[in-house]
Design a protein around this ligand. Structure first.
Ligand SMILES: Cn1ncc2cc([C@H](O)c3cccc(CNC(=O)c4cc(-c5ccc(F)cc5)cc(O)c4O)c3)ccc21
Ligand SMILES: [Mg+2]
Length: 214
């Protein structure tokens, strides 16, 4: 039977990346997506902005919405201090299956928890299920029409604290207009746009970094 793009991406990692070397996994995926098949990873250009935000925040608890193949999960986890953890939500079981194998190849299983299911159901359970108090960093990269409702859900569930950082992918392409309007106009956020390009293309895209003011 025909393989899927995530399966081909995983094979490229297993063929070209060194086991236990997260940066070689990131490189192998970027090379595959540039040379073989485009895929919706945050990519190398926006990935450098992601790296700088993660390094600046130095988060202990991270939430990622939208795992896909685990590219940004591995990228973030490779920069986390020893006891830090990332919980990543993926509703598509096929994506979750591939992501777990990409994460295992990178040797980052101990820092990453892949949770299968939709963000809207899991966010209200974060405290009781995973003993999370608040998130230091949230990376939004799932369905673009879920960014705003899930941000409000995080607020309502008390999962954000003064200084929590929201970093959102694709605020230009495909675009998240209602989310942008909210974080840019709400007195509860200080927002900043990082102009970049849609992964592996010349189209404009960017990341929006928003600090929750409490
Ligand atoms: C509720 N819930 N909870 C967890 C959860 C997890 C998922 C999946 O991980 C999933 C599946 C399909 C699509 C996405 C969103 N991503 C995108 O749609 C995207 C598109 C493009 C692009 C840009 C230009 C194009 F021409 C085509 C695609 C570039 C990008 O970087 C993207 O992130 C995420 C979904 C809902 C979920
Ligand atoms: Mg994206």
């Amino acid at each position: 039977t025909q393989s899927t793009r995530p399966q081909r991406l995983l094979h490229a990692v297993q063929k070209n990346a060194t086991r236990g070397d997260p940066r070689s996994v990131v490189k192998a995926i970027d090379n595959f997506c540039r040379q073989k098949e485009w895929a919706m990873n945050v990519g190398d250009e926006k990935g450098c902005i992601l790296d700088s935000v993660v390094s600046e925040v130095n988060p202990v608890t991270v939430l990622e919405l939208g795992t896909y193949c685990g590219y940004s999960t591995v990228r973030i986890a490779s920069l986390l201090p020893p006891r830090a953890k990332i919980i990543t939500l993926e509703f598509n079981p096929d994506y979750a299956k591939i992501a777990r194998q990409v994460i295992a190849w990178a040797g980052l299983e101990d820092k990453i928890q892949v949770v299968e299911g939709p963000s809207g159901e899991w966010i209200p359970k974060m405290k009781e299920q995973f003993g999370v108090k608040t998130f230091d960093l949230v990376f939004l990269d799932h369905w673009k029409d879920r960014y705003l409702p899930d941000t409000k859900l995080l607020e309502d569930c008390g999962l954000l604290r003064k200084g929590s950082i929201l970093l959102a992918d694709n605020v230009i392409c495909p675009g998240t207009p209602d989310y942008l309007e909210y974080v840019r106009n709400s007195p509860r956020y200080k927002s900043q746009y990082f102009k970049s390009h849609l992964e592996y293309t010349k189209a404009e895209d960017g990341l929006e970094k928003s600090v929750f003011l409490g």
